[in-house]
Design a protein around this ligand. Structure first.
Ligand SMILES: [Zn+2]
Length: 369
């Protein structure tokens, strides 16, 4: 008698355990739907290659959500895996024709009707900001509105084949032109996001200062390449960069077709920029002041084209004999909204940039009619 009873108890106990186990699993799924266990191993591997924290990563539609709010398309992760497995010796490289010493103070302007497109203005300004944040690097990009005399002019184009196209450096100067197709949508039909537009500008500005695609030899680009205008850009490996694809590089050729968003520079992007453009003892950061040349009696707004965080700026107003009229000591950001009761005449509005290297007071002559 005892044996059957024990068996029944044992069966009941086992069933109870199974029930508890199921319930626990159900409960954990309720608390955190689609946990990492639902992801295929290959996507986990891709996320680790991209150095994402896989905790809580889960499928959402055709993508994977990581770190709370980052959505990566499965097609992108497939491409990452494919690139990583390729045996070629992909390494960062730069053009054999580079910028001369301190030709690294670079103004950029928007031509055609691009300055009227708020998304383009924002994307370019944010790209400039990100590039300028790189410490120990003498690149100092400046937004110059629609100034036709800027070092790099961004033009609008309508070729459906490219999101954008840049030129490589020539004669020691940065590549003088970028073309952007602001109407082109992603390959999946969605509109380009602000983050994607920003990454595009970072990438193209990288070309303008001489960066080749990080995956150039992996995708069969010629070592003795040239740009759209035929200027040579022979690839030179960046010494010290490892062989293998750098999936996070802003300079990968496929950021547009994969619809990649801005996630920062890769370790080897920064390494490359530090290698090519270290600070020199002679480095000086210049600036470009935007805003009206003719000022009224009310509020005026001027802003710095060299984009840095607040705290990096000082502003002041002088007369034409360099006598100080006003120190705007309460403003340390790139935008200055100001008013001052001035007699008709010309004045010097000046901005100083507090960077890693010396700056100068940059002047904009303003006229009070
Ligand atoms: Zn490119």
């Amino acid at each position: 008698m005892k044996t059957p009873q024990l068996r029944i108890i044992a069966i009941l106990f086992t069933a109870a355990m199974f029930f508890v186990a199921c319930k626990k699993e159900t409960k954990s799924h309720e608390a955190k739907p689609d946990t990492v266990s639902r992801l295929e191993d290959k996507y986990l591997k891709a996320l680790r290659i991209l150095k994402y924290d896989t905790t809580g990563a889960h499928i959402l539609g055709d993508g994977v959500v990581v770190e709370g709010d980052i959505l990566l398309e499965l097609s992108f992760l497939d491409q990452v895996l494919k690139d990583t497995l390729l045996p070629k010796d992909a390494r960062h490289a730069f053009s054999s024709v580079l910028l001369f010493d301190n030709n690294t103070n670079i103004t950029i302007s928007l031509q055609d009707d691009l300055i009227q497109d708020a998304a383009t203005v924002t994307a370019l300004r944010e790209a400039i900001f990100e590039l300028n944040q790189i410490s120990n690097c003498r690149l100092n990009f400046m937004y110059a509105g629609n100034d036709a005399g800027a070092d790099i002019e961004v033009h609008r184009w309508f070729d459906p084949g490219y999101f954008a196209l840049a030129r490589y450096p020539r004669n020691g100067q940065p590549g003088p032109r970028i073309d952007v197709n602001i109407d082109l949508v992603n390959t999946n039909g969605t509109l380009r996001t602000p983050s994607q537009r920003k990454l595009t500008f970072v990438h193209e500005l990288g070309h303008c200062v001489g960066l080749r695609h990080a995956d150039w030899d992996n995708i069969g680009e010629a070592a003795n390449g040239s740009d759209y205008d035929g200027f040579p850009a022979h690839a030179v490996y960046v010494p010290g960069t490892p062989a293998g694809v750098d999936p996070n590089s802003v300079m990968n050729s496929n950021i547009g077709t994969l619809g990649r968003s801005w996630t920062g520079f890769s370790e080897w992007d920064l390494y490359t920029l530090h290698y090519l453009f270290p600070l020199l003892s002679t480095s000086v950061f210049e600036n470009y002041i935007l805003g009206p040349s003719t000022i009224g009696g009310g509020q005026n707004f001027h802003f710095s084209g060299a984009l840095y965080p607040c705290g990096a700026y000082s502003w002041r107003l002088l007369d034409m004999n360099d006598q100080l009229i006003q120190n705007f000591s309460d403003v340390d950001c790139g935008g200055l909204e100001w008013s001052y009761s001035l007699a008709p005449g010309q004045y010097k509005l000046q901005c100083y940039l507090w960077g890693e290297v010396p700056s100068t007071w940059v002047t904009k002559i303003v006229t009070r009619p």
